[in-house]
Design a protein around this ligand. Structure first.
Ligand code: ADP
Ligand code: MG
Length: 740
């Protein structure tokens, strides 16, 4: 690209006005879930007996038979066709990031030379996508290429464009999970059973416990013209080079700032489409980095929340293009400023409306509260390494441990009030801690939110959360939920939710076994619970950390406490095959050893491919874009030096030429470094590619290929500062980050 082209692109990006801001007359409450076949639509489009049957199926109290499926499909087809649907697809979440779909038209021959629209129960319930190229980690060899996708009635079908989308699980011919949804659903069942059993100690009428998830999605927007001029963004999702903009986020002027017009139009459009698809969007704001934003819905049941997050990520990309943007979901699109995460707010609640992670009003409620908090900590403590493995990736590593993101060590922040309470319980004796004894006030003082009276005119009283905020904690308690902040912005939340819910199921199961043993010995149930809680408070103490998670001292302290402090992604992935991981997943009936092996293998393979692609794209950009331009500028300077030497006497020319000669030398040195090391980069890849073992190959990529990219980058970025701006071929950080 010539420089004039870069200026042209920048100029056009600058001139863009918001496309028309969508303006709907109806209120959100009126068009919410317009395109979703929810219970209300079911009631309207299905015969009464079928509707009732479907409700049971959704609740998990009945299985779906073919006759019912046919009747449901008929109603669905009518509804979908009224909305203009002509196709249907099973929509699933393979072990790549993203979703997969294959559309089939409703049309069939009518046997009389014409066409009819058809959609049967069989099509709704099961498909066999011959998708041998989806990652299966060796589970599905190509001669057994069949995989099944099967409808998940717990997540309603919806119409998107002209297509009826059917959320499904994706499993192999032999029944192993090839996706995220199948094990997620199993983990939700496991935590439901284990948590219901424990909740019944306190509330005997509880029949079901649901896992809640409220995700907060961060993202960047970049003008599409500028994006198209950056091969690195297009190919890898992040900038592999680019010098810091002189101004970036140091003024803290973007966070919660006023939303730029073109961005606001995008957000409005996205919200309308999301609400129509039943995604309860609620919050939007600028994030810390320039051109970074956040979106959050109201929390939902975890399975549905995961589907909605997958759907919204694909919507965001599509809607952004309509507004002349590209939406970047990569965890670290730009070096030197904040990356993007996806905070997973997680809690458990009962079918009777009790939030198990929320403090209550009575001493009984509060013992229940403490139990669920402590067992959550036990889960995270026992599997802190695995939880980290669930969110590690070649892209998220650039964010973890950087100054704005949670550190690469999983620990939990509880805030002072709850930490004090746990300390009290830990040191008290059975009698001291009884809920009607002297210490009762300790437990009762936790009830709900305290009122904070502000002495400022016209400002109403605010309620104060029970917790302070600690931005550096990866697993922070925030009043009535835990917030897992290490999840990457483009990841499927399910990976982390599978681990968290399964680990919680395991912790609660162990808890109940021990409590029941004490009750069996004749101890009063509440005393038995208190005793086990006290034991667990001691056991899981190492996971609790309220200090600064970024500090060097914490890294050493965490290692002393036995927490997982590994930072190399391929080695972190070993967690998937540790004995306690296999024991947990098999014990809770969520994933088998073979499935875990497959998952580990796929993660390694994905890691390798991502670094490999980055290395190749980066090498090309260096040699095809940067070196030619730097060399060209160097020649211009050399010609200038020559002409000055020709027109001026030597003693006058020499001092005048000194600065340019200096730049000529600097360019020469950077060029030499870049050329030499791009060759080393190619060689490092070659060496790594020859390694047969996947884990060893990934380690080679991590240890030799990835660091070289960063090393070379610093020389490219130095060149950016000295080469004539007019010649520089790639849009600069200041252009990509400040045009909106
Ligand atoms: P923040 O202050 O961290 O930005 P918000 O109040 O915007 O948090 O909420 C973040 C997300 O947490 C939202 O999706 C919200 O619905 C969700 N959330 C709130 N309470 C709970 C809960 N008890 N369980 C799970 N998610 C919750
Ligand atoms: Mg949050």
């Amino acid at each position: 690209m010539s420089s004039t082209l870069r200026f042209q692109i920048v100029g056009e990006a600058f001139k863009k006005r918001p496309v028309e801001v969508p303006n709907r007359k109806e209120r959100p409450s009126e068009f919410f879930a317009k395109y979703v076949f929810n219970r209300q639509k079911m009631q309207q489009y299905l015969p009464a007996d079928i509707y009732k049957k479907m409700c049971d199926v959704i609740e998990g109290d009945a299985t779906l038979d073919m006759a019912t499926a046919d009747a449901v499909a008929a109603g669905m087809k009518k509804w979908a066709m009224e909305l203009g649907a002509t196709h249907c697809t099973h929509w699933f979440q393979p072990l790549t990031e993203g979703t997969a779909e294959k559309h089939d038209g409703f049309v069939e021959h009518d046997g009389k030379g014409g066409m009819i629209e058809e959609f049967t129960g069989k099509q709704l319930v099961q498909q066999e996508p011959d998708a041998s190229s989806f990652p299966s980690g060796g589970i599905r060899s190509t001669f057994e290429a069949r995989g099944y996708s099967a409808w998940d009635p717990a997540s309603p079908v919806f119409v998107y464009g002209d297509t009826l989308m059917i959320p499904t699980i994706f499993i192999s011919y032999t029944g192993e999970a090839l996706d995220y949804k199948a094990p997620l659903k199993k983990s939700l069942k496991a935590v439901d059973e284990a948590a219901t059993a424990v909740a019944r100690y306190f509330y005997p009428d509880v029949k079901k416990v649901v896992s809640n998830l409220g995700w907060e999605q961060e993202y960047f927007l970049v003008d599409e013209g500028l994006y198209a001029a950056r091969p690195d963004l297009m190919m890898t999702g992040r900038t592999l080079l680019g010098h810091d903009s002189a101004k970036n986020q140091q003024m803290d002027d973007h966070y919660f700032g006023s939303i730029p017009m073109r961005v606001a139009a995008f957000m409005k459009d996205l919200e309308i489409k999301s609400l129509e698809l039943g995604i309860p969007c609620k919050t939007r704001h600028n994030e810390v980095a320039p051109n970074q934003f956040e979106l959050a819905p109201i929390f939902e049941e975890t399975n549905l929340a995961v589907d909605h997050n997958m759907l919204i990520m694909s919507l965001m990309k599509k809607v952004a293009r309509k507004h002349g943007f590209r939406c970047l979901l990569h965890e670290k699109p730009f070096a030197g400023i904040n990356g993007s995460g996806k905070h997973n707010n997680w809690s458990l609640s009962t079918d009777t409306g009790i939030l198990l992670h929320g403090p209550g009003k009575t001493p009984l409620d509060n013992l229940r509260f403490v139990t669920f908090i402590v067992e959550s900590l036990m889960a995270v403590y026992r599997h802190n390494g695995l939880l980290k493995a669930s969110i590690i990736s070649a892209t998220n590593v650039h964010r973890l441990g950087a100054a704005e993101a949670p550190p690469a060590i999983v620990s939990s922040f509880l805030g002072k009030e709850i930490s004090d309470l746990l300390e009290h319980l830990e040191t008290s004796t059975d009698d001291e801690a009884t809920l009607d004894g002297r210490r009762e006030s300790q437990l009762i003082s936790l009830s709900g939110k305290q009122t904070l009276s502000l002495d400022i005119p016209q400002i109403p009283e605010l309620t104060q959360d029970n917790t302070d905020r600690n931005r550096t904690s990866p697993f922070a308690f925030t009043g009535n939920r835990f917030e897992f902040r290490a999840v990457g912005s483009q990841q499927n939340c399910a990976a982390a939710m599978i681990v968290l819910n399964t680990a919680m199921a395991e912790a609660l199961t162990n808890f109940k076994t021990r409590v029941d043993a004490l009750i069996g010995e004749g101890l009063e149930p509440m005393k038995a619970i208190l005793r086990i809680v006290r034991e667990d408070i001691k056991t899981c103490k190492p996971i609790r950390f309220d200090g600064n998670g970024y500090s060097e001292a914490w890294k050493q302290e965490a290692a002393r406490r036995g927490l997982d402090v590994e930072t190399s992604a391929p080695i972190i992935l070993d967690q998937y095959l540790k004995p306690e991981t296999i024991e947990m997943f098999e014990g809770m009936n969520v994933l088998s050893k073979a499935e875990l092996e497959a998952r580990g293998e796929i993660k390694l393979d994905t890691y390798i491919k991502k670094v490999q692609i980055e290395a190749r794209v980066f090498g090309d950009i260096c040699m095809n874009h940067i070196i030619p331009v730097a060399t060209h500028y160097q020649s211009m300077l050399a010609r200038n030096v020559q002409s000055i030497a020709q027109v001026l006497p030597q003693e006058e020319a020499a001092p005048l030429n000194r600065p340019n000669l200096n730049i000529i030398r600097q360019i020469g040195e950077h060029n030499a470094f870049i050329i030499e090391n791009v060759e080393r980069l190619v060689e490092a890849r070659r060496v790594a590619n020859r390694i047969k073992d996947g884990r060893e190959r990934a380690i080679a990529y991590h240890d030799t290929v990835a660091p070289l990219i960063e090393e070379i980058r610093s020389h490219v970025d130095s060149l950016e500062l000295i080469v004539d701006d007019e010649l520089w071929p790639l849009p600069k950080y200041r252009e990509m980050l400040f045009i909106h």
